[in-house]
Design a protein around this ligand. Structure first.
Ligand SMILES: C[S@@+](CC[C@H](N)C(=O)[O-])C[C@H]1O[C@@H](n2cnc3c(N)ncnc32)[C@H](O)[C@@H]1O
Length: 268
């Protein structure tokens, strides 16, 4: 994985939208005893969930030992949460199986720092294997629909508002080098999700934030025999306000873009 230039800042950025991320708590079914939080970083989300659900045991895993060490320190004295520096696939060797497997803001990183789609498909297959019968999979990430690939009438007006920002010229050139010319709402949406991370652009610029669409998740989950129970596509209010302020986008224009997707599926 690419070096994180400033791990402290990365973690602060991750933990900022904590309340928003905790919407995933709604999808932890009644009667759940164990939750695996994959890609837990410093455990901010895992620990908050563990506090909300004292009778559930949480295990957080992450590839970064540095983050797991921080998480372990924060977990001292909290009996229902443990952290491990282990790869998801390796964790399968442990016979423990979970009622819920959670991927919060992490599958786009599996894609970018692994082998692309195959790494995401393998992670979902591993998650399926990691769950008890009728277990629940919760995915929260930046997810867009494929149909947003269509260019549309809106695009040229919105594109102008964004491309007119001279200070963004270098970022746009770079973005187009990695992801191709911005010719669809989806690409414009992708750019809108990342232009604000200029200070960590070396890493963020080339990371694909939206590599797997809702339609693709549908197909993979179906193939794994999982039943989709809930889906949501929305934009966090902070970003709506940021895009309005930075580009003067109107309500109608803002409605074209999304930041977040939630998918909940059950193992059959
Ligand atoms: C964007 S952070 C999300 C952290 C946390 N889930 C949250 O929502 O605040 C992504 C985390 O995924 C971890 N990660 C990336 N690829 C991974 C993999 N293949 N296996 C486990 N963890 C991974 C990274 O180390 C990083 O800590």
């Amino acid at each position: 994985m690419d070096e994180i230039a400033n791990p402290q800042r990365y973690l602060e950025r991750m933990s900022k939208p904590l309340q928003e991320k905790l919407r995933i708590a709604h999808f932890i079914p009644r009667g759940t005893k164990t939750v695996l939080d994959v890609g837990c970083a410093d455990g901010t989300v895992t620990l908050a969930l563990a506090e909300m659900f004292p009778s559930i045991n949480f295990v957080g895993i992450d590839l970064s030992n540095e983050f797991i060490e921080i998480a372990k320190k924060k977990a001292v004295g909290k009996p229902n949460v443990t952290f491990e520096n282990v790869f998801l696939r390796e964790r399968l060797a442990n016979s423990q199986r979970f009622d819920v497997v959670l991927f919060c803001s992490v599958l786009h990183e599996f894609f970018s720092y692994g082998e692309g789609t195959s790494t995401v498909v393998k992670a979902l297959a591993d998650a399926h294997e990691m769950m008890k019968p009728e277990g629940t999979l919760i995915i929260r990430d930046m997810i867009l629909y494929d149909y947003m690939n269509q260019s549309d009438l809106w695009l040229s007006t919105i594109e102008k508002k964004i491309k007119n920002k001279v200070e963004l010229t270098d970022l746009i050139t770079d973005f187009e080098k990695y992801f191709g010319q911005i010719v669809s709402t989806k690409q414009l949406n992708h750019f809108l999700l990342k232009y604000m991370y200029e200070d960590n652009w070396q890493r963020e610029g080339k990371e694909n934030y939206v590599p797997v669409s809702f339609e693709q998740y549908d197909r993979v989950l179906k193939l794994l025999g999982m039943k989709e129970q809930y889906r949501e596509s929305y934009t966090i209010p902070y970003l709506i306000e940021l895009w309005r302020k930075d580009f003067g986008l109107t309500d109608e224009e803002l409605a074209c873009f999304r930041s977040t997707g939630i998918i909940v599926a059950q193992k059959e």
